[in-house]
Design a binder for this molecule. Structure first.
Ligand code: SAM
Length: 299
């Protein structure tokens, strides 16, 4: 039982797995800076989407967080009404403020509540439903996808952003420490992710074959594409700040599980007074690959 990678049994033995609870309000600034930095990737994804779902009337961003992508959806679909849906009221307040700043508030609304049930409160079905890295935070992903599908118009599209590749920031050999630190952080993050999912209310283990799950939800898969963000070194201060924030979060979340050498390496990378840290070194980059799956409601 201890081998169960999804941690169900650990969960019953230790019900207080608070380390996997995410404080979404606290995550707001990081989610916002990440989505801003990733805008070129989203723009490519949106251009691809716009060819698949032309002139939607209602676009719903499911698990929108602070609304950066919801506002990009507003840009992409100037004739659409956008509704950003999320469980976190403070993040939706950020989304509304952003829509205001960008001049799209007149066709931008928010809906606060638990997914997927809160979608029942939409006034009418959506022509495009975007779920960006939100489905994996719901305990029963299969049931959630069926609920999402049920809120689409006939002919409407569900776009699911899940998976891709772990983002890379640094060369394999940093010039100090054991080469391959990011690969070892990826492995710890994967374990953390499994524990996070196992600790979700109503958690169900699922084979994450997204096209198969979209089909099971009654939709017809129409495409899968992976979009790149490629910000090579020497990179911008904005990218550097994002890398530092991301690695700080990893240090807090999984740092104690690293061996002492790797932990010392990560601490050096995060020390603003160290010239070899990500705050100063010339070789920091951001290379990300994120996958979007689309499916259409045909019945
Ligand atoms: C990883 S963030 C993604 C935010 C945004 N889509 C993006 O790509 O930047 C996941 C979002 O899902 C929301 N969320 C997680 N679980 C939820 C739930 N059970 N009900 C409603 N929203 C939830 C969080 O508040 C958070 O804003």
């Amino acid at each position: 039982m201890a081998h169960d990678p999804h941690g169900h049994h650990q969960r019953h033995a230790h019900p207080h797995h608070d380390h996997t609870d995410i404080d979404w309000e606290e995550m707001g600034p990081l989610l916002e800076t990440q989505a801003e930095l990733f805008t070129p990737l989203y723009e490519h994804a949106m251009a691809w989407l716009a060819k698949r779902q032309t002139e939607p009337g209602l676009v719903v961003d499911v698990g929108s967080g602070p609304g950066v992508v919801a506002c990009l959806l507003a840009d992409t679909f100037p004739g659409a009404r956008i509704v950003a849906v999320d469980g976190s009221a403070p993040l939706l307040a950020r989304a509304r403020a952003r829509a205001e700043r960008l001049g799209v508030a007149d066709r931008f609304g928010t809906l606060t509540g638990e997914l997927p049930d809160v979608l029942d409160e939409l006034d009418y079905p959506a022509d495009l439903l975007w779920a960006g890295r939100s489905l994996h935070h719901l305990g029963d992903q299969r049931a959630a996808l069926a609920a999402f599908a049920g809120r689409l118009t006939h002919g409407g599209t569900l776009a699911l952003q899940e998976g891709g590749l772990p983002t890379r920031f640094l060369p394999r050999d940093l010039g100090f420490g054991r080469p391959g630190l990011q690969a070892r952080l990826d492995a710890l993050e994967a374990d953390w992710f499994a524990a996070m999912r196992a600790d979700l209310p109503g958690s169900v283990t699922e084979t994450e074959d997204w096209p198969a799950l979209l089909t099971a939800a009654g939709l017809r898969p129409t495409g899968t594409r992976t979009f790149l963000l490629d910000l090579p070194a020497p990179t911008t201060d904005r990218a550097r700040a994002y890398v530092a924030a991301h690695l700080t979060r990893l240090r807090e979340g999984v740092g104690e599980a690293l061996d002492a050498d790797d932990r010392a390496t990560l601490d050096r990378l995060l020390d603003p007074d160290d010239k070899a840290s990500v705050h100063h070194r010339a070789d920091v980059f951001v290379l990300a690959a994120q996958t979007v799956y689309t499916a259409v409601r045909t019945r």
